[in-house]
Structures are given as structure tokens and as C-alpha cells.
Design a protein around this ligand. Structure first.
Ligand code: ADP
Ligand code: ASP
Ligand code: MG
Length: 459
């Protein structure tokens, strides 16, 4: 069986829903059992987060029209894609869900408090609604689809907003809640991104987390393939919004895909690859608007790339923190003390460079920056700089050809590089530079190392 995941832009309106139903039906016609995972319709999660923030700040009058608008949008799509006989039932289910969201928002407005746990309860509505509608759209084209509540299938820890799956518990639930449908020839449809804790409290896997859900379900079911259907032709050689003239990468290794996702290639949630790797399941990225495009296939050992670098990723709005201490000289325990600060404030560090007396790190989560700087300041001199960007060049060839990283840095001559990082035997070279130089630097490296014409010229 195959897990098919459709992102928000693939279900953004009635036409998109019908297109997805057609893709799934064709898969069924080829005799493959499937499970479908779907994101909220595009922009819905953003709007729910915004509404929750407004409510918690006491701006409740602005919230009501937002939720009414969301309800109306979903009702309209439902009425367009569901069979007439199914419409009244579907619309009343959706309306009940939106009423619950209104009540939750009202509670936030009274409490003037927004915890990650309450936010999860609210944003979950997006995936619940889109999955109900997609189920009806599939039934309308003759697929025996059945809606399954992901909160009964995906068991997570209690880290609301960035929950991690409990794979053993999830596997058990899948055996109970999903396998019987598959065995009976039905196609389960689940909202991605959301699950519930062991105690049954709604949780979410972090933004873009539906990819992760697909991979978790695929691993739990031993799927033959996990398909991530999106709005581009696969993993592109760079973020198309930053670099012109990108192309789709036909093959990626699991390791390359993880690096790219972690360092900013938004097409894949950074955790997606882990469950697939553990279960050895290929992941394919496909375009729901161009079914005929071959997309990207991610496996453990793909054929070698035809260009020196496989692809680039980038992250904007990165903050560099420089920590200097003469006490670091010859002292042990300094790095432990330093990283304990980041651990205490649950802030992930992306890139680290060290010298004898100083350490530089980058973070993209600045919610606790002031507290972190103060804590570091207790034992070192600390400065920070915002509006930096991270450029990450990825390719298996970096492991084999030591001159390649030098060539990349050569191509970036003249750019004010703030940090450079390459670990031995790794597949990436990462540089940090002021944000205003990112697009030019990306274009430069992309032109030299990611385009096929360049490869022909090198040969
Ligand atoms: P979905 O709604 O399907 O989950 P996302 O918006 O999360 O889609 O991810 C797809 C988008 O990721 C693309 O439209 C593209 O703009 C962006 N993107 C950034 N980097 C890359 C990359 N290297 N390859 C493909 N897409 C990328
Ligand atoms: N709807 C969620 C988000 O926007 C999850 C996803 O789209 O994967 O982050
Ligand atoms: Mg996504």
C-alpha cells in the first residue's frame, strides 16, 4: 500500500479537491491500496493562529468574522464537491466543528491566555475540516473512502506545538483504527499535522507537519511508498522564490533530503525522512497540478547526481550569537555550560563554529533571545546580530571530492561570509551571511554547481 499526502495548496478550493480525488482514484484503479493524509486548505492554519492570538489579546470582535469566513469557505467547497445526498450531513459536521472553534476562541478571550496546548486544539480544526471534505470528494468519484480521526491514530508526547510521535503506541492504534478499513478494501483519509497525547489531548507536530504525519503512518503500516503531493515538480535545486531557473532533482538520498529540509527547503518537513529511513520506505515528491511530472524520488542510495551539487537550501531571519571568553582557553566544561543555556530555553542551534576563545552559533527561534543573551552574559562576552541568512549547499559529492567545498567558497568570494561550516565526511557546506546578500549568493552557487549546462561545460 501507498501513503498519499496532499498539502494545503493541493486542496485549496473545490477544483483542487476534485483534482486530488482524481489522482487518488487513478491510483486505486491501478489496484494499489492507499491511505490519504491531507493538510488544511491553504492559509487556514495561518488564519486560525492569527484568530487565536487576537482572541487572547482581547480583540474578540475581530475574530468572529474570521471564523465565519472560514466556515463559509469550507461550506462552499463541501457543497461543490460532495454528492447531494452527503451534503447536509457533511455541512452539519463542519458547522459543529467551527462552532467548537468559536467556543474555544471565546474561552481564550476570557482567559486572555494562549498556551501551546490551547492553540493546538484550535489549529486542529483546519485538518479536521479539509479531511472531512476530501473524504466526501473521494466518495463522489466512487472511491470507498472513510474518514478517520487522526487524534485516534497518532499518539504523541505532550510537547504541544512540536509534538513527537510515540511510534509503538501509534502502531497499535493504527492496527485498531486503520488496518481493518484497509483489509476491507476501504481507503482511510486522515488529517495530517495533528494527533493526541496518551491522555487524548489534541497535539500538533509543528508547522508543515502533515508531511511528518504521512511518514509516521507509512512507517507504522509498512507502506511501499510515501508520496508527498505538492505544488512544485519535486525537490527543486533551490527555493524557486529565491533563485530563478531552478529544476527538479530526480533523485535524492535520505541524508541529502534531511539536510535540505532541515536547512530550509520548505517542500518537506524536516522530520519527514526519519520514520521513512527507519522503515526503509522510499519517499516521492510529486506535483498535484502536473501528475505527469516525474517528481523526486528519495531512497537510501540513489544514482549519482548529474551536477556537482545536488541542491541548495536557505533560511532567512537567522540570528548569529557570538560568545567570547578568555576563560574558554584551555578550559573544559565551557561548551557544556554554553549549550545548557540553549537547552534551558528549548532553543535549537543550527550552525556552530568555534575557535580557541569564541563560539558562534545561529538560531532561528528568537522567542527567548533576551533571556539567552543574559544567561550567556553571566560567564562570557556576548553579542548578537539579526537579519542574517543561512545558505546550505548539499550533495553526496561533497563527501568524495574535498576540492568541491573550496570551489564553493571560491564562488562566494566577495560576499561577507559571517560563518562557514563543513563537518568532515558530511554532505553539506553551510555559510551564514547578511540577509541582503542571500539571493545573489544563492544565484552564484546555483549557476556554478547546480545547472546541467555548467556540468556539460566542465566535462
Ligand atoms: P504544501 O502545501 O504542499 O505542503 P509547501 O508550501 O509546504 O507545500 O511546500 C512547497 C513549497 O516549498 C513550494 O511551493 C516552494 O515555493 C517551496 N520550496 C522551498 N524550497 C524548495 C525546494 N528546494 N524545492 C521545492 N520547493 C521548495
Ligand atoms: N496545516 C499545517 C500548516 O500549515 C500543516 C501542514 O500544512 O503540513 O503548518
Ligand atoms: Mg508543507
Amino acid at each position: 500500500m501507498v501513503v498519499m499526502k496532499f498539502g494545503g495548496s493541493s486542496v485549496k478550493d473545490a477544483d483542487a479537491m476534485r483534482r486530488v480525488a482524481d489522482i487518488v482514484r487513478r491510483g486505486q484503479d491501478r489496484g494499489r491500496g492507499s491511505l490519504v493524509v491531507v493538510s488544511a486548505m491553504s492559509r487556514v492554519t495561518d488564519q486560525l493562529i492569527h484568530a487565536a492570538a487576537l482572541a487572547a489579546n482581547g480583540a474578540e470582535p475581530d475574530v468572529t468574522p474570521m471564523v465565519d469566513g472560514l466556515g463559509a469557505r469550507h461550506r462552499q467547497v463541501a457543497a461543490s464537491v460532495a454528492l447531494p445526498a452527503r451534503q447536509p450531513g457533511l455541512i452539519s459536521e463542519l458547522d459543529a466543528d467551527w462552532r467548537e472553534v468559536t467556543q474555544l476562541l471565546h474561552a481564550l478571550a476570557i482567559l486572555r491566555d494562549l498556551s501551546p496546548r490551547s492553540l493546538d486544539a484550535i489549529v486542529a480544526a483546519g485538518e479536521i475540516a479539509s479531511s472531512r471534505i476530501l473524504t466526501a470528494a473521494l466518495q463522489a468519484v466512487g472511491v470507498s473512502a472513510i474518514w478517520v480521526d487522526p487524534r485516534r491514530a497518532l499518539v504523541t508526547d505532550e510537547e504541544h506545538g512540536a509534538a513527537q510521535p510515540d511510534m509503538a503506541a501509534t502502531r497499535e492504534r493504527m492496527d485498531e483504527e486503520v488496518q481493518p478499513h484497509l483489509a476491507a478494501g476501504r481507503l482511510p483519509v486522515l488529517g495530517g499535522f495533528i494527533g493526541a497525547t496518551k491522555r487524548g489531548v489534541t497535539s500538533t507536530l509543528g508547522r508543515g507537519g502533515s508531511d511528518y504525519s504521512a511518514s509516521i503512518f507509512g512507517a507504522a503500516l509498512g507502506a511501499a511508498e510515501i508520496q508527498i503531493w505538492t505544488d512544485v515538480d519535486g525537490m527543486l535545486t533551490a527555493d524557486p522564490r529565491v533563485v530563478p531557473g531552478t529544476r527538479s532533482v530526480p533523485n535524492l538520498s535520505f541524508a541529502e533530503a534531511s539536510e535540505l529540509a532541515y536547512f530550509g527547503a520548505k517542500v518537506l518537513h524536516p522530520s519527514t525522512i526519519a520514520p521513512a529511513v527507519a522503515a526503509g520506505i522510499p519517499v516521492r515528491i510529486l506535483n498535484s497540478h502536473r501528475q505527469e511530472a516525474p517528481g523526486t524520488t528519495i531512497v537510501a542510495s540513489p544514482p549519482p547526481a548529474s551536477t556537482p551539487l545536488t541542491a541548495l537550501a536557505c533560511k532567512r531571519d537567522v540570528t548569529v550569537i557570538d560568545i567570547t571568553s578568555s576563560r574558554m582557553l584551555m578550559a573544559h566544561g565551557f561548551l557544556r555550560r554554553l549549550f545548557e543555556v540553549f537547552e534551558r530555553y528549548r532553543t535549537a542551534v543550527d550552525v556552530v563554529t568555534t575557535s580557541e576563545v569564541s563560539v558562534s552559533v545561529t538560531v532561528d527561534d528568537t522567542r527567548h533571545l533576551d533571556a539567552i543573551l543574559a544567561a550567556l552574559g553571566e560567564f562570557a562576552e556576548v553579542t548578537s546580530e539579526r537579519e542574517m541568512a543561512l545558505l546550505c549547499a548539499v550533495g553526496e559529492r561533497l563527501r568524495i571530492d574535498p576540492s568541491l567545498s573550496m570551489q564553493i567558497l571560491g564562488a562566494l568570494e566577495g560576499f561577507p561570509l559571517r560563518m562557514v561550516s563543513q563537518a568532515g565526511a558530511r554532505r553539506n557546506v553551510t555559510v551564514v551571511l547578511p540577509q541582503e546578500h542571500l539571493a545573489a549568493a544563492m544565484a552564484q552557487v546555483h549557476d556554478r554547481f547546480c545547472t546541467l549546462q555548467q556540468e556539460a561545460a566542465h566535462a
